[in-house]
Design a binder for this molecule. Structure first.
Ligand code: ADP
Ligand code: MG
Length: 352
C-alpha cells in the first residue's frame, strides 16, 4: 500500500508568486497595455505611443515622455508591492492610476520585459526581466521618459496563451483600452501603432493633445475618438450632488445605438465598467428611448477619494461608492435635466 508522505509547507519564490499574481493583473494583452499606459499617465507624460504586433501577443511597446525612473530604482520598480505612488498610510486617498506596485513584476513574470528609462538630469539605463528573473541594470541610450517593451507575452504560462482570442480580437481589445484612456486624458497625445510584420507599421489610432478648458478639450477628444456625429449631438453635462460631481457629454436620444457600445464611464479619472452607473445611465434615458435603443455618453464622476473604493479588484475596473443612491440620483437627474432642456430648446425652435 502507498503511504503518502507528510506534506511540506514551502515559501514560494518571487518568480512563482509573481506568476500567480499575474493571472489576475494580466488577463490578456489589453490588460498589459492598460497597465503600461496608466503608468505613463501617472508619470506625467504628454505623449504616449503604443506599438503592438500580432494582437500584442508578440510585442507591446509603450513609449512615454514622463518623469522617467532613476537607474538605481529600476530593480525596485520590478519588485512586488514597490510603488512610488502611495506610502501605504492612506489607502483611501489615491489619485494615481497605480498604487499596488504589481504591474511591472507581473508583466516580467509572464513575458520578456525590458524597461529603458531616463529620469531628469540623469543618464539613461535599462533593465531586462525574463521569466521573473531580472538582469543587472545596464547603461542605455534614451532622450527622455520611459520605454517599456514586452515581448512574447504568456510564453511562460502556455495555458493562458492558449486561451487568447484571435490577433484581430486582441487588437480590438487593445484599441478599446487605448481609446478609453485617451478619453480620460484629453490633454495627452495618444498614438496606437500596429507594427505586425515589422518596420514602423501603421498608425491605427491617433489623438493629438487638446487645449482649452476641460469641456472644450474633452469635446474635441470625443470628436476624435467617438466621431463627429457624436460630438455634434452631444449635450454638455455638468451637475453636482452630495459631494459627487458629474461632467461629460451625453448624446441626444436621436443619436442612440442598437447596443450599449458607446457608453464610457469614469470614476475619479479611471475607466470603469460598473453596473450601478450603467443602470443609472439607462434609467436617465428611460422616458426618451425605446427598450432596444441605448444611450451614447462619456461621463465622469469625481468625488473625494474617501467616498469611493477603487481597491475592489486588481484591474480596478469595479468601484464601490459609499453612497450609491446619491450617485445614481445625480446621474439620472443630471442627464434628465440636460435632455429636458435640449427638448425644450428643440420644440421652441420648431415653434419659432
Ligand atoms: P504602480 O503603478 O502600482 O506603482 P507598477 O508595477 O505599475 O506599480 O510600477 C512600479 C513603479 O515603477 C511605479 O510606482 C513608478 O514609480 C515606476 N514606473 C512604472 N512605469 C513608469 C513610467 N512609465 N514612468 C515612470 N515611472 C514608472
Ligand atoms: Mg502601474
Amino acid at each position: 500500500p502507498k503511504i503518502s508522505a507528510q506534506p511540506v509547507i514551502r515559501q514560494l519564490d518571487d518568480a512563482a508568486i509573481n506568476r500567480i499574481a499575474a493571472g489576475e493583473v494580466v488577463e490578456r494583452p489589453a490588460s498589459a497595455v492598460k497597465e503600461l499606459v496608466e503608468n505613463a499617465i501617472d508619470a506625467g507624460a504628454t505623449r504616449i505611443e503604443v506599438a503592438i504586433a500580432d494582437g500584442g501577443k508578440t510585442l507591446i511597446r509603450v513609449i512615454d515622455d514622463g518623469c522617467g525612473i532613476p537607474a538605481g530604482d529600476l530593480p525596485l520598480a520590478l519588485s512586488r508591492h514597490a510603488t512610488s505612488k502611495i506610502d501605504g498610510s492612506d489607502l483611501l486617498a489615491i489619485n494615481s492610476f497605480g498604487f499596488r506596485g504589481e504591474a511591472l513584476p507581473s508583466l516580467g513574470a509572464v513575458g520578456r520585459l525590458t524597461i529603458t528609462s531616463r529620469a531628469r538630469g540623469q543618464d539613461a539605463a535599462m533593465i531586462r526581466v525574463e521569466g521573473g528573473h531580472a538582469q543587472p541594470v545596464r547603461p542605455a541610450a534614451l532622450q527622455s521618459g520611459t520605454t517599456v517593451e514586452l515581448t512574447d507575452l504568456f510564453y511562460a504560462t502556455p495555458a493562458r496563451l492558449k486561451f487568447l482570442k484571435s490577433d484581430r480580437a486582441e487588437t480590438q481589445a487593445i484599441a478599446d483600452v487605448v481609446k478609453r484612456l485617451a478619453m480620460a486624458e484629453p490633454f495627452v497625445t495618444v498614438i496606437l501603432r500596429d507594427v505586425s510584420g515589422g518596420g514602423d507599421g501603421r498608425v491605427t489610432f491617433r489623438a493629438d493633445a487638446r487645449t482649452g478648458d476641460m469641456f472644450k478639450a474633452l469635446h474635441g477628444r470625443l470628436e476624435t475618438v467617438l466621431g463627429k456625429d457624436f460630438a455634434a449631438n452631444a449635450l454638455k453635462i455638468d451637475a453636482e450632488r452630495e459631494g459627487f460631481h458629474l461632467t461629460g457629454y451625453a448624446a441626444l436620444p436621436t443619436f442612440s445605438r442598437g447596443s450599449a457600445v458607446m457608453q464610457y464611464l469614469f470614476v475619479n479619472g479611471r475607466p470603469v465598467r460598473d453596473k450601478l452607473l450603467i443602470g443609472a445611465l439607462r434609467g436617465a434615458y428611460m422616458d426618451f428611448l425605446s427598450r432596444d435603443r441605448h444611450p451614447a455618453a462619456c461621463l465622469f464622476i469625481d468625488c473625494d477619494p474617501q467616498l469611493v473604493d477603487v481597491n475592489v479588484h486588481p484591474a480596478k475596473s469595479e468601484v464601490r461608492f459609499r453612497n450609491a443612491g446619491s450617485v445614481r440620483g445625480l446621474i439620472v437627474s443630471g442627464l434628465r435635466h440636460a435632455l429636458a432642456e435640449a427638448g425644450h430648446r428643440a420644440s421652441t425652435t420648431v415653434a419659432d
